[in-house]
Design a protein around this ligand. Structure first.
Ligand code: SAH
Ligand code: SF4
Length: 373
């Protein structure tokens, strides 16, 4: 099997699978079977698809490719969070994070190996972009996680996961086509069948693509705001030079919002940088008129990047200012920070983005208390 060959079976939306099997002279139910193997059962290879005739599997093997992510590492946090590092067919390391909560089980998925946006506080940003993930690699993170969670007794087959957030490594709207194709598969009834209300895509604010996202998908949008002045935002997120706050907020106002929906504004709180009372006051004015909720994310410190977490009590004081201005605001609890699985700590360790490597530090243990893949 040559994963460089096209088409990649796991990347194909349902309609393409239908077309492919029709072209091979197969009955429609075969397409349904194949799609289920790929996306409900998370088959790693054609050999697993025991109820497909051997002749069909042989033709698929000859005309298509099927790659699966390999589990390179699993780390489990004391709070139930699990971080997986996956190895792609060409040796890239990407990460997904599982966050169980009462009533919901969320997976945070990556959309790129690295990220080109280069936010100065973000670990992934220090890596630069290695490459876009294919839609198959995006959906396979979900399949691998579901399979592994069943093995770990975290839920029932085929799908312990209830929610997805596209907030791992990478900028989803820099890889729009693959993200859109992945959503098509992830929401498919014959596939993983996630509800559009339970899937959120987060962007750093790629303004032109936000419009397209609103027109072409029906999942939820989160926007990483992170500052209340252009000066501070540009220092944190270089893309603010291209799409400053005024344009970003206009795009949010124009966003085609479904009934009852709100945009989530993420706001990483960096001690002494963007966490003053004046920021909270400006923020509450900025989001006026936009159906929105604000997620305050206390910064998870990354060694070597030079930013600090907010001082004790700051996050609550900031939130209270927003609440008193009638802005919905919640503090996002840090998850899995003991295993570097928290927001913005995702950078394949030992890779070019790992400051320990640059500093010549020792290699971290392969797993904390989970088993290696
Ligand atoms: N690229 C997209 C999605 C991935 S980043 C985006 O930027 O929206 C997901 C979120 O993690 C962003 O809101 C980002 O601001 C935040 N983040 C990055 N590094 C962080 C850190 N060290 N601590 C807390 N949040 C961080
Ligand atoms: Fe990329 Fe998001 Fe990190 Fe910025 S915060 S570098 S956009 S992953």
């Amino acid at each position: 099997m040559d994963p460089g060959k096209v088409p990649d079976l796991r990347s194909l939306p349902r309609a393409e699978i239908d077309r492919l099997l029709a072209r091979l002279g197969e009955k429609p139910y075969r397409a349904r079977q194949l799609f289920r193997w790929l996306h409900q059962k998370g088959a790693a290879s054609l050999d697993e698809m025991s109820d497909l005739p051997a002749t069909l599997r042989a033709r698929l093997a000859a005309e298509t490719s099927l790659a699966a992510l390999e589990r390179a590492e699993e780390r489990r946090s004391t709070d139930g969070t699990i971080k997986w590092t996956w190895r792609t067919h060409d040796g890239k390391l990407i990460e997904s994070v599982y966050m169980p909560e009462p009533g919901r089980k969320t997976l945070c998925v990556s959309t790129q190996a690295g990220c080109a946006v280069g936010c100065t506080f973000c670990m992934t940003g220090t890596m630069g972009l290695s490459r876009n993930l294919s839609s198959g690699e995006i959906v396979d993170q979900v399949s691998r996680a579901n399979r592994r969670l069943v093995e770990l007794g975290e839920g029932a087959a085929p799908r312990p996961l209830t929610n997805l957030v596209f907030m791992g490594m990478g900028e989803p709207l820099h890889n729009f086509d693959a993200v859109k194709a992945a959503l098509d598969v992830l929401l498919a009834e014959d596939g993983p069948n996630f509800s559009n209300r339970h899937v959120t895509v987060s962007t750093s604010g790629i303004v032109p693509e936000m419009r397209r996202f609103g027109e072409e998908t029906d999942v939820k949008l989160a926007v990483s705001l992170n500052a209340t002045t252009d000066e501070v935002r540009t220092a944190l997120m270089p893309l603010n030079r291209r799409w400053p706050l005024r344009e970003l907020l206009a795009a949010c106002r124009e966003f085609p919002m479904k009934k009852g929906r709100r945009i989530t504004f993420e706001y990483v709180m960096l001690g002494g940088v963007n966490d003053a009372d004046a920021d909270a006051i400006r923020l509450s004015r900025m989001v006026k008129g936009i159906p929105a909720k604000v997620n305050l994310i206390p910064y998870n410190e990354n060694p070597g990047l030079g930013f600090r977490a907010p001082a004790p009590g700051r996050v609550e004081a900031f939130r209270d200012i927003l609440l008193s201005a009638n802005v919905t605001a919640v503090v996002r609890r840090n998850r899995g920070s003991d295993i570097a699985a928290a927001c913005g700590q995702l950078a394949a360790e030992g890779g070019p983005g790992d400051p320990r490597r640059r500093a010549g530090g020792s290699t971290p243990p392969l797993t904390e208390n989970g088993s290696a893949g």
